[in-house]
Design a protein. Structure first.
Length: 204
């Protein structure tokens, strides 16, 4: 496959992250469907697609990425940004000696391969029921642990009335989202089995 990393207009890249499929003879063709790819933190459990974003693509893939706090600095070290730009500037204006610059450079973390886990995907063609969720009830509050499908204004209030929740309703691990309209999935509710992927690949 070919990913869309070229310079261009934002609108060109919103519907699909896979822009080309390589054939056995080396030629590249357009994909049969539009696939969006979204990354989350290694400990993330929610696949959040706000607004009408869900309908912009035919399928959405969730990938957990294990980037730590030092990853960006390690990457800059690998491509020599710190040595050739930042530290060199410090030496040029007399703020750093050669040994100080070397010491700072050596103290930067070493770039390592980034672990990634492809959790699964959600297809626009699948059928989704209203308020497809699970959770756990405390003494007063309720924590949603699973969600699969659309979410819209008033859904949480509806759950509160149905379950007679006296306190707050929150989502496990994150509390609340910045929006209340779109599509939401927990990682475990995505399609992930081999036959699911085989079906998706055939459409590509």
């Amino acid at each position: 496959i070919e990913l869309g990393h070229e310079v261009g207009q934002l609108e060109e890249y919103l519907p699909a992250d896979i822009h080309g499929i390589k054939n056995d003879d080396g030629s590249v063709r357009q994909p049969g469907i539009r696939i969006g790819i979204k990354a989350t933190k290694w400990n993330g459990i929610w696949f959040d697609l706000p607004g009408d974003q869900f309908n912009h693509s035919d399928a959405h893939v969730l990938v957990k990425v294990g980037t730590g706090r030092d990853h960006l600095f390690a990457y800059f070290k690998k491509i020599s940004v710190f040595k050739d730009k930042v530290l060199q500037k410090g030496k040029d204006i007399g703020l750093l000696s050669e040994s100080e610059a070397d010491s700072l450079y050596d103290s930067l973390p070493t770039f390592k391969p980034i672990p990634a886990y492809i959790c699964g995907f959600a297809s626009v063609q699948d059928e989704y029921t209203e308020l497809d969720y699970k959770g756990k009830k405390g003494r007063k509050n309720y924590t949603i642990t699973e969600w699969r499908g659309s979410i819209k204004p008033g859904d949480l209030e509806g759950i509160s009335r149905i379950l007679e929740i006296e306190g707050k309703i929150t989502f496990e691990g994150i509390g609340t989202f910045s929006h209340d309209k779109g599509y939401l999935f927990n990682a475990g509710s995505l399609r992930w089995q081999k036959n699911d992927w085989d079906e998706l690949i055939k459409l590509l």
